[in-house]
Structure formats: C-alpha cells, structure tokens
Design a protein around this ligand. Structure first.
Ligand code: SF4
Length: 149
C-alpha cells in the first residue's frame, strides 16, 4: 500500500502525539473531501517495513500513537503494521470514512474514527456530525473531546 505523507500530528487523537500515515486509494470520494490527493491508489510511495520501522524509531519516546488515515482497504497489510506498532509499545488509531471496520482490525486499534465526510454535518468538532471517534476496547464514543467550549 502507498502512503502520501507521514506527519506528526497533535489534534487527531486527543491527548496524544501521533505519527500519522496518510494512505492512498480512498474509494469513498466524499463531496467536499479535504484530501482528494488520497483518492488515487498509485500516488505517493510504497510503505515498506523499513520505512515504517525507521519512522517509529525516529519518534519513539516523543510520539505515543501510530495513526493511519485510511488503509482499511489493504486489510492484511494494515493489520501487520498495527500489530508491529503495538509490539513496539505504541497505541493505535484508524481514521476511516466507512461505517463499519473489520473485527480483526478493531482488535488491534486503541481508537477508531468512522463516518464519511459530510460538509452539512461537519467533523468531529461539530455537535451534529455523523462521524464517531470511538475508544475500541470500551466502545465509548469520545466525540466530546473534540468539542470546543
Ligand atoms: S473518507 Fe476522507 S479521504 Fe476519503 S473521500 Fe471521504 S473525506 Fe476524502
């Protein structure tokens, strides 16, 4: 599977510093998508074990979570990277536009964001959003962590 970029992000998982891998090939094509550059599966670079491990090594002790923006369409590969991240002591998160994610992936996720982008409903910081940010183990919806007072 190809990645478009790798960034350290601070807001996508509340309270965590996350290494974010943006994966190419999203098929959902949501109206008003903020990342249409992720639609083409062939853009970006191949994510290899070597690139993944060297990135995690670089941020070990600083970042606490490995976050994937998409990639659930490469279930087996994504599963391998989630397991690898957990073995190295990282928490894990997947941002997906789907409503449902395979159980085998959920088993290796600390958090999961589901739901397509709908500009009329807004993102996780909107009180009327269709999206959900879930703590997988407890199945608790934690959208409240994104709402600004
Ligand atoms: S799920 Fe995200 S990346 Fe995919 S089309 Fe929708 S907004 Fe864009």
């Amino acid at each position: 599977m190809n990645y478009y970029n790798i960034q350290v992000v601070f807001q996508e998982v509340p309270g965590e510093i996350s290494i974010c891998f943006s994966i190419c090939g999203c098929k959902l094509k949501c109206k008003g998508c903020h990342s249409p550059f992720l639609w083409n599966e062939k853009t970006g670079e191949l994510l290899t074990e070597n690139i993944f491990n060297s990135t995690l090594n670089k941020y070990k002790g600083f970042a606490s979570t490995v976050l994937f923006m998409g990639g659930e369409w490469h279930c087996k590969e994504l599963l391998g990277y989630l397991q690898n991240a957990q073995l190295q002591g990282f928490k894990t998160c997947l941002y997906s536009g789907e409503e449902d994610i395979k159980y085998e992936l959920q088993e290796h996720l600390t958090w999961l964001k589901i739901g397509a982008w709908n500009p009329d409903l807004g993102g996780l910081d909107s009180a009327i959003t269709n999206q959900k940010f879930i703590e997988v183990k407890s199945n608790r919806i934690l959208n409240n962590l994104f709402i600004k007072n």
